[in-house]
Design a protein around this ligand. Sequence first.
Ligand SMILES: [Zn+2]
Length: 104
Amino acid sequence: MLINYKTYLIFLFGSLAVSIGLQMLLPWPYGLIAALAIFIVFPLFLRNRALKRMGGLGTDAGTGGGGGFFGQGQGVRYICLACNNRFKGGICPRCGSKMKRADF
Ligand SMILES: [Zn+2]
């Protein structure tokens, strides 16, 4: 579900073509082993790439315009204007004041 289905198909057919090529280039047992290795390694490679892309998106969201959304996911922290207490939620738990500003 992380991997784009179309990309996966392209890679699948690509590795199929490469494996057929390997059958022609290498003698029988080595060609088969190499082809199997590609079929095992390619999905792993794709998954790693997808995970790296997810990580990249995460850092982009942290620095870019999506920072607000990313911050909400972690829970927005506020600083009380009355007593400078840092807290989460609507009301300061120390003094009960609703006067607050968001802490980034
Ligand atoms: Zn307070």
